[in-house]
Design a protein around this ligand. Structure first.
Ligand code: ZN
Length: 508
């Protein structure tokens, strides 16, 4: 073993398991970078942020309802010496935590919202809810909450120790699952003067990619108004708003045939009346319309026309068309992605325990997936797609068009676990989640350290971004009068929160 190769810490007892904590055995790690690796490898750091991940997992708060989750992160950041501005861009659970001063300004994004219907016990490899029907962390945002916060504080610790200049900002971004926060945060000017941004996502692999990815998206509700009547006695006196919703959906489903195959549209009916014997005078349908940046607005216009046509056909009124969120595709910076990949390789995959592998294999068996256990090798840079085939969306896309951005995908979730599914919730808790989030924090913090201390690296990233911006100027898809839908999940969260409170985990 050479002198720069070391193992810090020892073993950490959690959930009755022993977690080996090691910092990467690497050569040529300069002191500022070694500082963040050492700080994040301390057993008390791993445990503290592991508990934060588990606590946020247990809160499982839906978009714009993340009051406890954001408060825990804010408290952790304030205790570490960050200055935190709260309630930004019109959202009570949006915050920006800042440390340091001057240039460069490096941002890290942090998410913490959960998904409806996915409540599930942690590390239980079969569907088994904590509270039946309640929300759950089906996309690993609790790991991301913990990892990004730990990364920002690790950078702060290195700043204090090595006295390098610059500002680290952690962008508390609510409601990613409904793509709400970042377009409003960009509109509020929160990313002005930020030199580069590190985004992150939990999953099973440890890798990153550049180029244009995902779908641009508009989230919109259409509310129809009709007239009530006795459905049996005098239906001719009524005008059914539900009929309008159904005809709109039929029109949109016929429309699909004549849209580019990369387009995705899906809807649910949040309000379809309350009883068959009263003609519904009010009904609402909620659409996600996804396409490329280039085609999104034209597809959206055709969906709006389906709504207008349905209103005419049913003699109802299209009372409200409300855009809740509108986000671009992501345009990741190549130079920043390559830098992030170097640091992912430096950090390496966590050392999973036999129990971690066993849990993963049991889950894989239950899902009918290959029983391979936890992944053991880091990935590589994903090449940009040459043909756009559609896909999911993330509202950090807007950030990628206003400042150079890369997304670090870090492990913790068992291979084969499905996104937005109970299996991801089961995986996102406990030992393997703690280790995955810790590895993610290390990759983010080391990348940030490079950006702070290697001006030529940052200059190359900025140059690429400035060139790209000439052909991809940013224009928000949000209508000028759009506002964050703060009340959107009030009812659902209020329905489940009292039962969930009994299972909240303490972060201490
Ligand atoms: Zn997600």
């Amino acid at each position: 073993m050479n002198t720069t190769m070391r193992v810090v810490g020892g073993f950490l007892a959690v959930l009755g398991l022993l977690i080996p904590i090691s910092s990467p055995a690497q050569t040529n790690v300069y002191p500022e970078k070694q500082s963040v690796l050492d700080w994040l490898s301390q057993p008390e750091t791993v445990a503290k942020f592991g508990r934060i991940s588990d606590a946020v997992w247990s809160y499982a708060e839906l978009g714009l309802q993340e009051h406890k989750s954001s408060a825990l992160l804010i408290q952790t950041l304030e205790e570490a010496g960050f200055k935190v501005e709260k309630g930004l861009a019109g959202m009570p659970t949006c915050f920006v935590a800042t440390y340091g001063s001057g240039q460069p300004v490096i941002g890290i994004l942090v998410e913490y919202d959960a998904l409806p219907m996915l409540s599930q016990k942690g590390r239980v490899p079969k569907a088994d809810p904590v509270v039946a029907g309640a929300p759950g962390h089906g996309c690993g945002h609790n790991l991301m909450a913990s990892a990004a916060t730990a990364a920002a504080i690790a950078v702060k610790e290195a700043m204090d120790k090595h006295k390098f200049a610059g500002t680290i900002k952690l962008f508390g971004s609510p409601a990613e699952e409904i793509l709400v926060s970042r377009p409003y945060m960009v509109r509020a000017g929160l990313f002005e003067g930020v030199d580069a941004v590190i985004n992150n996502h939990a999953g099973s692999g440890f890798q990153t990619s550049y180029g244009v990815a995902g779908s641009a998206m508009i989230s919109v509700t259409f509310t129809f108004r009709g007239k009530t009547a006795h459905s049996g006695g005098s239906p001719w006196g009524g005008r059914s708003a539900l009929d309008a919703v159904e005809i709109m959906n039929v029109a949109a489903n016929y429309l699909r045939e004549h849209l580019h195959y990369s387009t995705r549209m899906h809807y649910v009916i949040p309000d379809g009346g309350e009883a068959p014997n009263v003609v519904p005078d009010r009904a609402q349908v909620w659409y996600f319309v996804r396409s490329s940046d280039a085609d999104l607005l034209s597809v959206y216009e055709r969906v709006v026309n389906c709504a207008k046509g349905a209103a005419i056909a049913t003699g109802t009124e299209l009372a409200e068309t409300r855009v809740l969120a509108a986000a671009h595709q992501s345009h990741h910076n190549k130079a920043l992605t390559e830098l992030a990949m170097k640091n992912i390789t430096l950090v390496g995959m966590p050392e999973w325990s036999e129990e971690d592998h066993e849990f993963a294999r049991a889950l894989q068996k239950e899902l009918g997936a290959k029983e391979t256990g936890m992944p053991t090798k880091v990935g590589s840079i994903g090449k940009p797609a040459t043909v756009f085939v559609g896909g999911a969306s993330s509202d950090h896309g807007d950030v990628t068009l206003v400042t150079p951005t890369a997304t670090i995908r870090f492990p913790g979730i068992a291979t084969g676990a499905r996104g937005h599914h109970w299996s991801t919730v089961a995986s996102g808790y406990g030992s393997q989640a703690w280790k995955g989030a810790n590895a993610g924090a290390k990759a983010m913090a080391t990348t940030a350290i490079d950006l702070f201390t290697r001006p030529t690296v940052l200059a190359a990233i900025r140059k690429e971004f400035n060139e790209y911006s000439k052909t991809h100027p940013y224009k928000s898809f949000l209508p000028a009068d759009a506002q964050p839908p703060l009340e959107f999940y009030d009812k659902l969260m209020n329905q489940y929160r009292p039962a969930m409170e009994a299972f909240y985990l303490d972060h201490k």
